[in-house]
Write a protein that binds this ligand. Structure first.
Ligand code: CP
Length: 302
C-alpha cells in the first residue's frame, strides 16, 4: 500500500493491520516521553485547503510522535490566493523533499489527482463529499475498543448522508470488517445512489435506534448546501436529533459517536454529547494513534 485514498481500497487484512498497529502505538501516548524514532529524517506535509481542527492537529501530532519533520501548509495565507494550482503547489512541496502529503480539499478526487503527480505517499484527510478514510479507521478502532468486536455489529449512521465523506468511508470500511450498517436521513439528505452502497437505508430514526449497537450522528453540512433541504432546524432536530429520550430507546450498552465538529442542540443534545455513552473525545484521542499507524505503515513500516 503506497497511498491511503479510499477506505474502499482496504482489504480486511490491511484494515485489521492498521487497527492492530494503532493499538500498539497507543502505548506511546502513555509514556513520559511520547516519541519513537521511526520516521526520523522523513518529511510529512499537511496540505489543507479546507478548515480542520481534529484531523490536521492529530496528523501533525502523529507525525511528530514518530519523529518526522512536519510542514503545515494552509491554502489561506499561501500563494494559492495568487492563483497557484494544486499541481504546482504539490510539485513545490515535493521539491522540498516531502515523503508523505496529507491532503484535505473541497474537491472530491483531489487526493487521487495528487497521487498521479508526486512520488511520495498521499493520505486523504477528507476530499469534498467523497471520503475521509482515517476518520472511518479511527471510528472502527473506537468501536472495537469499546464493544470488543466489529463482526456483526449493528451501526446506524444518521444525518446529512448526502454531503458526508465520513458516511461513505464508514459504510465501506465497516462492511469490509463485518459490521452491518444502516444509513438514516431525511429523503432530501440521502444520496440518489445510496441503493448501490453496501448498507441498509432508513428514513425513520426511531425504528432503527432499538436495533443499533452504535449510533453515529453526523453534522448537517450547511457550508455545502446551496438550497433548502429541510423546513427548519427545529423540525430536523425533532425527527433526526439524538436527545435523552431517544438515547433511552437504544440498547443499554449501545454507544453514541460523532466525528465532530458537533452542533449541540441540532443533531445531538448537549446532554447526550456529554454523556459517558458518547465517545467523541475517545475518537479524537484514538485518532492520533490511528494516524501514527497509517504514517508508520505507509512511510516507515514493513
Ligand atoms: N472529523 C473531522 O474531520 O474533524 P475536522 O474537520 O475538525 O478535521
Amino acid at each position: 500500500m503506497r497511498h491511503l485514498l479510499s477506505a474502499g481500497d482496504l482489504s480486511r487484512d490491511e484494515a485489521t493491520l492498521i487497527l492492530d498497529t494503532a493499538g500498539e502505538l497507543a502505548q506511546v501516548g502513555d509514556r513520559s516521553v511520547k516519541k519513537l524514532p521511526t520516521l526520523r529524517g522523513r518529511t510529512v506535509v499537511n496540505l489543507f485547503y479546507e478548515d480542520s481542527t481534529r484531523t490536521r492537529t492529530s496528523f501533525e501530532l502523529a507525525a511528530k510522535r514518530l519523529s518526522a519533520d512536519v510542514i503545515n501548509f494552509s491554502a489561506k495565507g499561501s500563494s494559492v490566493s495568487k492563483g497557484e494550482s494544486l499541481k504546482d503547489t504539490a510539485l513545490t512541496l515535493q521539491a522540498m523533499g516531502a515523503d508523505g502529503v496529507v491532503i484535505r480539499h473541497s474537491a472530491s478526487g483531489a487526493p487521487h489527482r495528487l497521487a498521479n503527480w508526486i512520488d511520495g505517499s498521499v493520505l486523504n484527510a477528507g476530499d469534498g463529499t467523497h471520503e475521509h478514510p482515517t476518520q472511518a479507521l479511527l471510528d472502527a478502532f473506537t468501536m472495537r475498543a469499546r464493544l470488543g468486536r466489529l463482526e456483526g455489529l449493528r451501526v446506524a449512521v444518521v444525518g446529512d448522508i448526502l454531503h458526508s465523506r465520513v458516511a461513505r468511508s464508514n459504510v465501506l470500511l465497516l462492511t469490509t470488517l463485518g459490521a452491518h450498517v444502516t444509513v438514516v436521513a431525511p429523503p432530501t439528505l440521502m444520496p440518489v445512489s445510496v441503493h448501490t452502497w453496501p448498507c441498509q437505508v432508513s428514513y425513520h430514526l426511531d425504528e432503527v435506534l432499538p436495533e443499533s449497537d452504535v449510533v453515529m450522528m453526523l453534522r448537517v453540512q450547511a457550508e455545502r448546501m446551496h438550497d433548502s433541504f429541510f423546513p427548519s432546524v427545529r423540525e430536523y432536530s425533532r425527527n433526526y436529533g439524538l436527545d435523552r429520550e431517544r438515547l433511552n430507546r437504544m440498547p443499554g450498552d449501545a454507544i453514541v459517536m460523532h466525528p465532530g465538529p458537533m452542533v449541540r442542540g441540532m443533531e445531538i443534545s448537549a446532554e447526550v454529547a456529554d454523556s459517558p455513552r458518547c465517545t467523541v473525545t475517545e475518537q479524537v484521542a484514538n485518532g492520533v494513534s490511528l494516524r501514527m499507524a497509517v504514517l508508520y505503515l505507509l512511510l516507515g513500516g514493513s
